[in-house]
Design a protein around this ligand. Structure first.
Ligand code: CA
Length: 448
């Protein structure tokens, strides 16, 4: 959408009192890109009617992000002046050194020099709300939107090439047993424990009949060390967000055994969550942020925009990476090393996927992350009994709905249920959000 680049932020603000609103949206509805193309012209005026009842209480918020493709909608909302468009001209998007820093910064809040919220792996907002990863200090948070589905992968060191480590592991336990008996247990890493990246590698292993707690050594490695550690042979596998797995392939350090989109097609990935105290105090500003985010997600989702998206994310102040490493995964072109995938439906998706809304934060997905936490013994068994109440406190899908309506999102694009329904994984396992215990019962490898 050229209109974004042609209009300065000042121009956005100058015309913000006129109205019309949502015509802009229709040109951006992304997936599949072929359908969106026909609608992108003529360009409507990018104005928004800031009625008094929608005027944000504040013009600023500090949001953290990590340099992986999950952060794209936050960066685009800032870069394209969308936060300003909805009355929030001073939103600051701050790169976090790692997930631990992101957690520490939201714990102290912007008043203490930290952040008010930002990008999160699940179930971090729950673990922070409950004080589980914040030294028993409960910092209540609200999950407000999902940033993307898919876009992650499991990288394996080159020394394991041609040993049958793919989505399905051919030699199964024998391979891992052999390493164990040789005193070089398979080491699998992620940058933060007990969240998405650990869940994906655990799911991949367990779905192949390998007990991740017995056959494998799982470890947390700081982001900055991951590529170097794999290069020098200190780790065998690494679970992370694009473009890092792809970078490992292009630098000939390793290959990708599986995209997370293969493990669980259209799986929930990362989220926008903000401190409860900030949202409760600034409900209109929260909705302004959500509207800007949704519009950015629609822009990011359009594959016609992904080259420009790669060039924005590549910049020094954001990811500081060569654009060519970003563009291929963003287009769903994955050189996995042993095989390749060229399929836009496997790329990170930001607004719509085959299951419907990406941005809407389904409560059924929060429940899966909590159930999976129980599966691996990260959270106590009684979490399932409390899950419904916990999710009601943390997941504010109601605010997402209000913001979507204000933005003029078509009714068909607003989910009617808080559940996406039954989910199916690559090993055939099903998760019915109505019966989380039945899911746990069905699993062979678990700690509960
Ligand atoms: Ca991720």
């Amino acid at each position: 959408m050229a209109i974004f680049s042609k209009l300065s932020r000042r121009r956005f603000l100058a015309i913000a009192s006129a109205s019309t609103g949502t015509a802009l949206l229709h040109g951006c509805l992304g997936n599949p890109p072929e359908a969106a193309n026909n609608q992108s012209a003529p360009v409507a005026s990018p104005v928004v009617d800031l009625k008094p009842e929608m005027m944000p209480e504040v013009k600023t918020i500090k949001l953290g992000y990590l340099p992986i493709v999950e952060a794209a909608p936050l960066i685009v909302a800032k870069e394209k002046g969308l936060f300003a468009k909805y009355g929030m001209p001073d939103v600051s998007i701050d790169k976090q050194a790692n997930w631990g820093s992101a957690r520490d910064n939201v714990k102290i809040g912007s008043a203490g020099g930290g952040t008010d919220g930002g990008q999160w792996q699940m179930p971090m907002p729950y673990l922070i709300s409950e004080g589980i990863i914040t030294d028993n200090t409960k910092v209540p948070m609200y999950v407000l939107a999902q940033l993307n589905t898919q876009g992650n992968g499991i990288a394996i060191a080159n020394k394991h090439l041609s040993k049958g480590l793919s989505l399905k592991i051919s030699e199964q336990v024998a391979f891992f047993d052999k390493l164990k008996s040789e005193g070089s247990k398979f080491k699998a890493a992620y940058t933060f424990p007990k969240a998405n990246q650990e869940f994906w590698i655990r799911y991949w292993l367990a779905g192949n009949g390998i007990d991740p707690d017995k056959e494998v050594e799982l470890l947390t490695v700081p982001t900055a060390q991951t590529v170097a550690d794999m290069k020098r042979g200190a780790m065998d596998a690494f679970s992370t967000g694009d473009p890092w797995p792809y970078r490992i392939v292009t630098e000939k350090i390793g290959f990708i055994s599986a995209l997370t989109a293969e493990i669980w097609k259209n799986h929930p990935e990362e989220y926008l969550a903000i401190r409860k105290d900030w949202v409760d105090k600034h409900p209109k500003a929260t909705k302004a942020i959500l509207k800007a985010l949704m519009e950015a997600q629609q822009w990011c989702d359009n594959f016609d925009n992904r080259k420009e998206l790669a060039s924005i994310l590549a910049r020094r102040e954001y990811f500081g990476l060569p654009e060519k490493i970003l563009i291929e995964p963003l287009m769903g072109k994955y050189n996995l090393g042993e095989r390749s995938i060229d399929d836009k439906s496997m790329a990170p998706l930001y607004w719509k996927d085959e299951k419907g809304s990406v941005s809407y934060p389904y409560q059924s997905h929060d429940l899966w992350f909590l159930t999976e936490s129980v599966r691996w013994g990260f959270l106590p068994k009684d979490t399932l009994a409390k899950a419904k109440d916990l999710i009601k406190q943390v997941n504010r899908e109601d605010l997402w709905r209000e913001a979507a309506k204000e933005l003029g999102v078509a009714a068909a694009d607003i989910p009617t249920s808080t559940s996406r329904g039954v989910e199916t994984f690559f090993d055939g396992t099903k998760f019915d959000p109505e019966k989380p215990q039945a899911y746990l019962d069905s699993l062979k490898i678990k700690r509960v």
